[in-house]
Design a protein around this ligand. Structure first.
Ligand code: MRU
Length: 327
């Protein structure tokens, strides 16, 4: 995987040979974004099976790797969905008679299917959402919901890539996205690489851009969408959704069905990750804060369904109760 902690200064690969290294990469945000961590986790489980052949050992190593992989990060439900999908294959009747080598092959094939499905969902999300982008418009996005965050072309950014491919011309404002700067480091890097005009703004600046009428539409990704449409995404998303609402600018969530958690009624049930305090001061500050100062550092917030104009998925632009994707 590309080590996203080093971007944009260095484009360096990070190799994982053990599931623990995948977990560490997920926790450090070397690999990040809801769909990408789901795909990484599926491959990470396969790494637990290296250098073992006997069916009992394959099964016990796989089972042992599941809980920590599933718990690597709490908010993005893709991670749990993909770990559960791998676990279901392992315990399926289809796999009950397999020997060790064949079970390993079957699990690797499932990880590859998860990877390919995500790529296909990204393309379809782009096609679902491209119609929302008007020629000459300005789009605000938050965090990074692009190729770096998925196995394919992204979710929110896939919409932009597809619209650009269709010949529409527009510009993007990328929120810096404090404290880890996914907007200024990753979204700006990705869009620039693809030739799409992008400017980075401080998170706190978004309001004035809305006030000045410079933003036509907001599209972000999501880490988990509840049954009523409440959507968790990077901390600060609710702020821009509220600003969009106040200024009557449409706010869209772009996410694959694997990001929807229809088992929970609303965003109040979404677990919000708390991250280390030093993330707030380390990246930007030259000096450390006064000793003993305390912080609160939630990594995501929840945007109420009432603020979301539509849920752009691989099967179209949906509304709650999401009948199209109920299993
Ligand atoms: O903490 P991160 O960088 O993993 O947060 C990622 C986001 O908030 C993304 O917007 C979300 O996962 C959707 S990625 C297609």
């Amino acid at each position: 995987m590309i080590d996203q902690t080093l971007l944009p200064d260095q484009e360096q690969e990070r190799i994982a040979e053990q599931p623990e290294q995948v977990i560490e990469a997920i926790q450090q945000l070397a690999v990040r974004g809801a769909p990408a961590i789901g795909v990484a986790a599926a491959y990470g489980l396969c790494l637990a099976l290296r250098n073992c052949q006997h069916i009992d050992e394959v099964r016990s190593r796989f089972q042992a790797a599941l809980p920590a992989m599933r718990a690597a990060r709490p908010t993005a439900v893709n991670l749990q969905h993909m770990v559960d999908r791998m676990a279901q294959i392992e315990s399926s009747t289809e796999c009950s008679q397999l020997d060790g080598a064949d079970l390993k092959q079957r699990l690797l094939a499932e990880a590859r299917a998860i990877d390919e499905q995500d790529q296909q969902f990204c393309r379809a999300i782009g096609q679902s959402g491209a119609e929302l982008i008007a020629d000459g418009s300005t789009i605000l996005t938050h965090c990074n919901a692009g190729a770096l965050a998925t196995a394919g072309t992204g979710t929110a950014l896939s919409v932009l890539y597809e619209a650009w491919k269709q010949g529409k011309r527009f510009q993007v404002l990328a929120d810096e996205t404090r404290p880890l700067l996914q907007g200024s480091r990753l979204t700006a890097w990705e869009l620039q690489k693809n030739g799409i005009p992008v400017e980075v703004i401080c998170d706190g600046a978004a309001g004035s851009f809305f006030y000045n009428g410079e933003i036509d539409i907001v599209i972000t990704g999501s880490d988990r969408v509840a049954a009523n449409g409440d959507a968790a995404n990077k901390i600060g998303t609710y702020t821009i959704a509220s600003l969009a609402r106040a200024h009557q600018v449409p706010f869209y969530i772009a996410a694959p069905s694997t990001t929807f958690d229809l088992t929970i009624a609303n965003g109040g049930e979404i677990p919000i990750e708390q991250r280390p305090a030093e993330e707030i001061w380390k990246p930007a500050a030259q000096q450390q804060p006064p000793e003993g100062i305390s912080y609160r550092n939630p990594a995501f917030d929840v945007t109420p369904a009432s603020h979301i104009a539509g849920w752009i998925t691989e099967v179209g632009i949906l509304k709650p109760p999401f009948e199209e994707i109920r299993r």
